[in-house]
Design a protein around this ligand. Structure first.
Ligand code: 5GP
Ligand code: ZN
Length: 139
């Protein structure tokens, strides 16, 4: 398995640093974003360290998309957002800040005015945990 000892998401995969997990299978993990742009903001990653869309093999990106679809369904059921964006950034110019492929599952609220380059604002961890429990119950 390809891993990078300096990568924060590889450390989440190995359990070296904690995360609020929603789901995991043999190829992917989904956990809550620590700086949610909106309530319920989650990230889906491959277990293996692939930097971006150019590096990730077809099988791995397919697994990420399948998990993202499942998470989007649970978000829709549990939180009833006005909409959901699946967003994925490649390269600093596209605002990729973590060099381990990831897909944002981003619930939208009408009028939230979110731009693609949303700022990173720390979330309240108790609130993120409570939201995660609601989404998990809908999986
Ligand atoms: P990017 O800007 O690369 O598309 O998104 C990276 C995302 O990872 C950001 O939304 C950021 O909040 C999230 N993130 C960065 N470090 C951590 C972390 O240690 N834990 C969690 N749960 N999310 C993180
Ligand atoms: Zn990694």
């Amino acid at each position: 398995m390809i891993t990078d000892g300096n990568c924060i998401f590889c450390k989440i995969v190995s359990g070296e640093i904690p995360s609020i997990k929603l789901f995991e299978d043999d190829r992917t993990i989904c956990f809550m974003d620590i700086n949610p742009a909106n309530r319920g903001h989650a990230l889906v990653i491959p277990r293996e360290h692939w930097v971006d869309v150019h590096a990730i093999p077809d099988e791995a990106i397919s697994a990420v998309v399948i998990t993202a679809k499942r998470i989007a369904g649970a978000l829709d059921t549990s939180l009833a957002p006005d909409g959901i964006n699946l967003v994925q950034c490649n390269g600093a110019g596209a605002a990729q800040s973590v060099d381990h492929f990831h897909m944002h599952v981003l619930p939208r609220v009408a009028g939230d005015e979110l731009k693609l380059n949303w700022g990173l604002v720390s979330g309240d961890s108790d609130q993120i945990k409570a939201t995660a429990a609601r989404i998990r119950a809908a999986l």
